[in-house]
Design a protein around this ligand. Sequence first.
Ligand SMILES: [Zn+2]
Length: 307
Amino acid sequence: MRPGYPRSLREFTKLFADEAACRAYLARSRWPEGFQCPRCRHGEALELPTRLLWRCRSCGHDTSVTAGTVLHRTRISLTQWFWAAYLVSTQTPGFSALQLQRQLGLGRYETAWAMLQKLRRAMVRPERELLKDKVEVDETDIGGPEVGLRGGRHVIDKAIVVGAVEVRGKASGRVRLKVVPDVSGPSLTGFVKANVAPGALVLTDGWQGYAPLSGMGYKHRPRTQGPRERAGKILPLIHRAFGNLKTWLRGTHHGVGHAHLQAYLDEFTFRYNRRRTPMAAFQTLLGLGSQHSPTTYKQLYRVELNG
Ligand SMILES: [Zn+2]
């Protein structure tokens, strides 16, 4: 079994008190059933702590416990990385580089910024599963002059975002979000194809850009709306997700440029999809979840459904 993750600050400080404790945790994540040499299958190894390597006692082969994770060949201590992942994954709505620098007592702002960037990159899982069964899809405008703010200040550059969310009864399942250049058929159906499993029931409004979906292996159910205000009733879940996204962008990230918007959408998606299991997100951020357990996401999802 893979090791669990801390469920509170108290557990965290107990589990990861020093470098040795963090190293042991990495080894347990890497070899849930105990060490096994990838070359000769031998079960005993000598730990080389300063290099984060395990050396097989039979054939001498070295195996890194950090390969494939953000911790690989880092100069930052493991305890600081673990703290960073903990703070970033458990703090809603998110963490700034300045906050991280202060909390970890890092000498340089740039170090904190680079750590955050790495952790953010870990928020996108390239192998992530497609949305399935029943999915709402719609697009929205993000940014532009904010109504009600003095002088029509630009909070975020104007952009079009297309989103999809799984319908689980009255609740939302997982979400996906993407910046698109326009609301043309290729932009919208391309997004659906990349994010929704074939055969799924796709609910959209009556916009013609979605019309090709039925010829692409989806059960497409377009619903014509009257006035724009009704869109929230036809597609309530994706509109709720858009609302949460806009609140989050306004509240946490003042002045997100168009160039960085997709990265923020990815972070929002990561947090949203793990909103009931923030501590499991901690493992994912460190890259410990995906190495030996391709079913991690399913397990997380099951937790979410039950929770
Ligand atoms: Zn060996």
